[in-house]
Design a protein around this ligand. Structure first.
Ligand code: ARG
Length: 576
C-alpha cells in the first residue's frame, strides 16, 4: 500500500499537481494550461505550453515539446507518470501511472471532509442574486430557471469555501404598483385577493391594461397613485404591503417545494429613499445630465444607448434602483463579486449597469451577469407572455411529480404508497432542476418530459437511480476499513479512478465561467462509467483483496455522486 499523507481538506486537484511539475521543468511560475483531452488517445491530461514557448524561443514547437517531455519524465522521480509524450504540432500528453492513480485514489478515500470540498475561497464574499420575482405577479418559468441555477451556483461556491450571500432581489417597486392600486381601488374585491392573492392581483393588472385602451386617463391616475405611494400615503402603503405579504406566501410555497432558501429578500423598494440623492449626486459629478426634463447617463463611450435614470415626472426607474443596489452591496456587504442570475433578455440592462459602475469607479473585481435562455413550449414559443398568460409554475411542478408518480407505480418495485409518494416528489423536482442545469444555460430550453424522466439518459432519475444502485451494493457488504489500492489495476478500475479525480476540476471550472452543466456532464460521465463497470467487473464476487478495494471504489463513487447531486440542489435517495 502506498504511503499517503492525510489531507485535511479535499483540495486535491490533479491539474494543479501536473501544473507544478511542468512549472519545475519549464522553470517558470506562470500558470500553465492543462486540458483534459476529448480523445483518450491523447492522454489523461495534455498541455499546449510548448506552442507558447516556441513563439518566445523561436524554435519549432514539436522540438520544445519533445525536450520538455523528456525533462518532465526525468524529473519524475516518484513515477507519477506512466508516459509523457510529445505530439504534433506541439502538445505534451500525460498518462498517470497506476501507482499514481492508486495513490491519488487513497487520498480521495481518506479525506474526512466530503471529497471535493475546499477552503480555496476562504475570506471571499460573493453575492448570488437569483429568483427575483415581482410581487403581485405570478412567478414564471424564467424566475424558476434563475432560482435553480442561482441556488446551484451558490452551493458550489460555498462548497469551495466562499462566503455566498443568497439574495432574492424582489421586484416590489415601480410604476406598475400605481396601476395595480388604481385597479384594486376601482374594481378589486378584498375577499377575492385574500383567497387567491396573486391570481386576482394579476387579473386586475390585466384588466387595467384592457380598460386603458378606451380610457387613457387611467394612466394618469396610476401615475398619481404611484406618486402617493412614493410619498408615503398611508392607504397606498398599506395596500402595497398587503400585496407583498400575500405574494411572498405564495412564492415561499414554491421555494419550499424546491428546497431553496435565501439570506435576504432586500428588493427594489429598499432603495426608494436613495433615489433622489443618487440622481443628484450623479448630476453633480457630471456623470448624468438633464435631457428634456428627464435625467440620463450618456454611455457612448461604451457603445451603449443612454441610460434613463429619472423620468420627467421625477419617477425613478428599474435601472436607478439597480445602481443604488450595486453601491450598497459593495459598501455595506463588502462583496468581492456580485453574480446576477437573470435571463438573456436583460443583457442591455446589465451592460448599462456595469458601465455606470465603471463611471462611478466601483468596478470591483467582478460583476457578472449570469444569463440564461428562455423556457419554450413544445411549439417553440416563449411560455410567458406580458398579458398575464403565464404558465403556472405550480402546475409545472405538480406535472413533474404526477408524471414521476406514474412511472414509479408502473415499475411497482414493492414500495409502500408513502414511499412511492416520497420518491415521486424527490425525483419530479430533481428532474425539473436537472433539465435546467444540464443544458448550456445560454440556450433556450424546452420541457421535454420524456427526456427529463428517462431512466437511461442524461437525467436526474438516471443519476439518482445509479446512486441508489451503488448504495444497494454497499448495503450487501460492509465497506472495508483497510484495502490495498494497488489491486485496482484493470483498465476499468483505473479509468474510474481517473474520472473520480476530475471532480474538483469540474467544480473549479464553474467558479470561472458559472456554467453548472460542467458538473452535470461530469456526474453523467461518472454514472455511465460506474454502471458499465458494474456490468463487466465483479465487485461482490471478486476475490477478497480485490473485492475490498472495489467496494472502496464503489463507495467513493457513490459519495461523489451524492455530493454532486447535493450541490445541484438534488436530494438523493438511498432506494428507488
Ligand atoms: N424582478 C426582475 C424581473 O422579474 C428581475 C430582477 C433582476 N435583477 C436585478 N438586479 N435587476 O424581471
Amino acid at each position: 500500500v502506498l504511503f499517503v499523507e492525510q489531507e485535511r481538506h479535499g483540495g486535491l486537484k490533479m491539474i494543479k499537481e501536473i501544473q507544478s511539475l511542468i512549472q519545475q521543468a519549464v522553470g517558470e511560475d506562470k500558470a500553465i494550461n492543462i486540458e483534459i483531452p476529448e480523445n483518450p488517445a491523447h492522454g489523461h491530461y495534455a498541455t499546449s505550453v510548448a506552442l507558447r514557448l516556441a513563439r518566445r524561443e523561436k524554435k519549432p514547437p514539436l522540438e520544445i515539446a519533445k525536450e520538455l517531455a523528456l525533462k518532465i519524465k526525468e524529473g519524475d522521480q516518484k513515477g507519477f507518470f506512466e508516459k509523457v509524450e510529445a505530439a504534433p504540432p506541439g502538445f505534451i500528453n500525460f498518462w498517470l501511472s497506476k501507482k499514481a492513480l492508486a495513490g491519488e485514489f487513497l487520498k480521495v478515500v481518506k479525506i474526512r471532509a466530503p471529497y471535493g470540498k475546499s477552503t480555496k475561497g476562504r475570506g471571499r464574499k460573493v453575492i448570488f442574486e437569483y429568483s427575483d420575482p415581482n410581487i403581485a405577479k405570478r412567478m414564471h418559468v424564467g424566475h424558476m430557471r434563475a432560482t435553480i441555477i442561482g441556488d446551484a451556483l451558490a452551493n458550489i461556491f460555498e462548497f469551495l469555501g466562499y462566503k455566498a450571500v443568497r439574495w432574492n432581489y424582489l421586484g416590489d417597486w415601480g410604476t406598475q404598483f400605481g396601476k395595480i392600486i388604481t385597479a384594486y381601488k376601482l374594481w378589486g374585491r378584498r375577499e377575492e385577493v385574500r383567497k387567491i392573492p396573486i391570481e386576482s392581483l394579476q387579473k386586475l393588472y390585466v384588466l387595467f391594461h384592457e380598460k386603458t385602451k378606451s380610457d387613457p386617463a387611467l394612466e394618469d391616475r396610476a401615475r398619481e397613485e404611484f406618486k402617493k405611494l412614493e410619498e408615503g400615503n398611508a392607504e397606498n402603503r398599506k395596500l402595497w404591503q398587503w400585496f407583498k405579504t400575500e405574494s411572498l406566501k405564495e412564492f415561499n410555497r414554491i421555494y419550499r417545494a424546491f428546497g431553496v432558501s435565501f439570506d435576504t429578500y432586500i428588493g427594489e423598494s429598499f432603495y426608494e429613499a436613495k433615489m433622489k440623492p443618487l440622481v443628484e449626486r450623479l448630476l453633480r459629478s457630471g456623470i448624468a445630465k438633464r435631457s428634456e426634463g428627464s435625467v440620463i447617463i450618456p454611455l457612448d463611450e461604451f457603445n451603449l444607448p443612454p441610460a434613463l435614470i429619472q423620468k420627467s415626472d421625477g419617477a425613478s426607474l428599474y435601472l436607478t434602483r439597480d445602481i443604488a443596489n450595486l453601491e450598497y452591496r459593495i459598501s455595506k456587504y463588502k462583496a468581492e463579486r456580485i453574480v446576477y442570475v437573470v435571463g438573456n433578455e436583460q443583457t442591455l440592462h446589465f451592460s448599462q449597469l456595469f458601465s455606470i459602475a465603471q463611471l462611478l469607479g466601483i468596478q470591483g473585481s467582478g460583476y457578472i451577469h449570469v444569463k440564461f435562455g428562455l423556457v419554450l413550449g413544445s411549439d417553440s414559443k416563449k411560455l410567458a407572455t406580458r398579458e398575464g398568460r403565464t404558465i403556472l409554475l405550480e402546475k409545472v411542478i405538480s406535472k413533474a411529480i404526477d408524471l414521476t408518480r406514474r412511472i414509479v407505480e408502473k415499475k411497482n418495485r414493492g414500495f409502500s404508497a408513502g414511499q412511492r409518494e416520497a420518491i415521486a416528489r424527490a425525483v419530479g423536482i430533481a428532474a425539473l432542476k436537472y433539465n435546467d442545469l444540464s443544458q448550456n444555460r445560454l440556450s433556450d430550453i424546452t420541457f421535454d418530459w420524456d427526456k427529463m424522466l428517462n431512466l437511461e439518459g442524461n437525467s436526474a432519475p438516471y443519476l439518482m437511480y445509479t446512486y441508489a444502485r451503488l448504495r444497494s451494493i454497499l448495503r450487501k457488504a460492509k465497506k472495508p476499513r483497510r484495502f490495498d489500492a494497488d489491486t485496482l489495476e484493470s483498465r476499468s478500475d483505473t479509468d474510474l479512478i481517473l474520472t473520480l479525480l476530475r471532480f474538483p476540476d469540474a467544480l473549479e471550472k464553474i467558479t470561472q465561467d458559472y456554467f453548472p452543466h460542467h458538473l452535470t456532464d461530469y456526474l453523467y460521465k461518472l454514472a455511465k462509467q460506474a454502471n458499465a463497470f458494474y456490468q463487466i467487473e465483479p465487485v461482490l464476487k471478486a476475490e477478497p483483496k480485490l473485492r475490498d478495494a472495489r467496494l472502496a471504489l464503489v463507495g467513493a463513487i457513490a459519495d461523489t455522486l451524492k455530493t454532486g447531486l447535493d450541490l445541484l440542489g438534488i436530494r438523493s435517495l438511498e432506494r428507488m
